[in-house]
Design a protein around this ligand. Structure first.
Ligand code: LMR
Length: 398
């Protein structure tokens, strides 16, 4: 027998929670685990702009033949416009190339494959804490990872000095993975001044920025959330960006993402693209089409784009309302001062609850959060907030 020595892997720390939640018979259960937007009725609905684009595609689409390895050219251009802004040189100068990858995860993996296969780098520095999948993606692509401190647990803010102090140990050519906005899991992002300093620091140290851009539009706005990436690109001639359209278009199961690589020249970018193509061909051959076509249809139509931006704003605003309500109600319930929740961006709040408290939330109240204490604020609504507050207040006092 060859397989009987295989040991069972632990459940995924995030997606495994959804499986456990679905099996839980508790009628009062609430899933604050996975980063998926839910409306005030607790539903993850399809955006109207997406439905409209799908109607157009249903009428117009006349083939299901393969897409090019890197996806459609328009898709790449539109994705770069979102990242860098309409007037940026990176949209059409040829210095930046984009490649459709299955979700943000696919983009991170193809980027890491490219770096490893081309002997660009062996070490990637990852924030502590981070999205749990980052470690596995780096190592399964053959890279080594190191951690840099990111979060100050006492003051609930960015451990900026410690971050740069640790990163000063990185060697020239090491990769530094950064979250563009809505840091997962802490929700704490650098200020504009800090982004400037980070960008200059990376350039001085000749480090390669790799930016995970999974939540554009969920922080302060589409343009505002791109400030970090744009600042990094201002000072660094080479960088990678893994964008995801899972959250901002609600296209979770369509697996729509983009890997963008910025190079010093168009000549270098053309060669990089040829190697990225091989990485894609080997891993997935060529990308799935539906989600890419939905995004392209929306972004290239003025009215649909406006509709989408409005829907994205609606999601962002609702999460912000839930943040205020949550911190207010927690204070009123005597759970302590949770004002810091209002300073965090995006879907997540790093609640400060420890592993045992998170376990108690699940066992005693049917409330599912990630073991790190991350809760998905997008899963809170006016119907379940009192249950959530009562449960957090109870475990916070233990
Ligand atoms: C999350 O962090 O919850 C999301 O990015 C979903 C995932 O794939 O983990």
């Amino acid at each position: 027998m060859f397989f009987d020595r295989i040991e069972a892997a632990p459940a995924d720390p995030i997606l495994g929670l959804t499986d456990a939640y679905k099996k839980d018979p508790n009628p009062n259960k609430v899933n604050l685990g996975v980063g998926v937007y839910q409306n005030n009725e607790g539903k993850t609905v399809i955006l109207d702009s997406v439905k409209d684009a799908e109607k157009i595609l249903l009428e117009k689409e006349d083939t299901k033949s393969y897409l090019p390895i890197t996806g459609l050219a328009d898709y790449g251009t539109l994705a770069r416009e979102l990242i860098f802004g309409k007037d940026s040189e990176f949209v059409s100068s040829g210095r930046a190339i984009s490649c459709h990858c299955p979700g943000g995860t696919g983009a991170l993996r193809i980027g890491a494959d490219f770096l490893h296969q081309q002997n660009v780098a062996t070490t990637i520095w990852i924030s502590d804490p981070t999205w749990a999948n980052h470690y596995q993606i780096a190592t399964s692509a053959g890279m080594k990872f190191e951690r840099y401190p990111y979060y100050d647990r006492v003051n609930h803010n960015l451990a900026f000095d410690r971050m740069l102090e640790t990163l000063s140990q990185a060697k020239e050519g090491d990769v530094v993975l950064l979250h563009a906005c809505c840091h997962n899991p802490t929700g704490i992002d650098p200020t504009k001044e800090q982004w400037e300093q980070i960008a200059k620091f990376l350039a001085d140290k000749k480090l390669i920025p790799f930016i995970d851009f999974a939540y554009q539009g969920f922080g302060k706005g589409i343009e505002e959330d791109a400030f970090g990436v744009r600042t990094i690109a201002k000072y660094n001639k080479e960088l990678l960006i893994a964008s995801s359209f899972s959250k901002n278009f609600g296209l979770y199961n369509e697996r729509v993402g983009v890997l963008t690589v910025v190079c010093e020249s168009k000549e270098a970018a053309d060669k990089v693209l040829s190697q990225v193509k091989i990485a894609v061909r080997t891993a997935i051959s060529n990308p799935p089409a539906h989600g890419e076509k939905v995004v392209t249809t929306i972004l290239s139509d003025k009215n649909l784009r406006a509709k989408w931006e409005n829907e994205l704003k609606g999601m962002r605003d609702r999460i912000q309302q839930m943040r205020s309500l949550l911190s207010e109600k927690l204070k009123a319930a005597g759970a302590g001062n949770f004002d810091f929740i209002n300073e965090q961006n995006g879907m997540f709040s790093f609640s400060g609850l420890d592993k045992d408290q998170v376990e108690a939330l699940r066992k005693d109240f049917g409330i599912y959060a990630v073991a790190s204490g991350r809760i998905c604020v997008a899963g809170i609504n006016t119907n379940n907030i009192d249950k959530v507050v009562e449960a957090i207040a109870a475990v916070a006092k233990r």
